[in-house]
Design a protein. Sequence first.
Length: 344
Amino acid sequence: MKLDIQFPSGSVRMHFATEPFDWSVIGLVKDKILITNKHIARLYPNLFANEKTLVISAGEHTKDIGTIAYLAGELLKLEATRSTMLIGVGGGVITDITGFLASIYMRGISFGFIPTSLLGMVDASIGGKNGVNVNLNKNILGVFHHPEFIVFDTSFLKTLPNPEWSNGFAEIIKYAICFDPDFFTELSRKYLPFYKEDTGALSDVIKKCVAIKCRIVSGDENESGERKLLNFGHTVGHAIENLYGLSHGNAVAIGMQIACRISEKVCGLNPEVTEKLLKVLRQYYLPVSQPVATTKVMEILKMDKKRNGDSINFILLEATGKAVIKPLSFDIIEQAMVEYERNN
């Protein structure tokens, strides 16, 4: 299945497949350079055979400007030009790095993504946001630039470690609770092992998430309005992720819980929604508690790019399927963090 998704700044070819990856799916690309990590290169040696490939270490710690400088130097050694296409093969870290590098190398070259993780397929590869971290500040350097294509090939998920399945489902749960009550109900009636075993059901979930994100991005490409809703659970989650070295999904799971507790006080969210979220998180093996140091988390939050004076744009819930943007004072967030810290 192939779709051409139109965004204001251009179209993206999206390929959905369940068969082992074949380069013919993206057409003839004469001058391409692949970027991946050591883990993926080891798992799929045939994919990279006879291809110019740059391999970096796996992990969030590589997503910084030092890696970008190193890779840019390697591109020069390979004599990459403005006609070269970069192709990121890996999870969210690889797609972020590839998109960011391609957007600035020689003032911009074309690129594409082959996400190999569930998180990459449902979120990180879609929408044109590519960024790197500076110290504990997540994605503080970034660009808006869409890939030419994205290949969603679920056969890569056969080698996905169990924790990475949960990592991806954190974003899936976010889409459901923010935008689609029926989808959230569906997830609440299933468990992670069901989707691991049922490729068809999993493909439907991926397509549903892609559709939600593409719809939102198409209407707000540069995140000036509705696209901000996709940050539900991420404001606090990003701070916790970098501070404690948690996986992105685990950190977002914690962030969603805290956002729901704040929503109860600020938006009148029914506490039953929060309790149902906790139940669903458990069904997908995501954490419902995490020791945190409020002071350290708040220090990072106050450097968040969404800050506006003494407040920050925060995503809350009024009900299942109804996310809203609210400017919150740091005092309100800190109070919620203190309560969360006390209970964990």
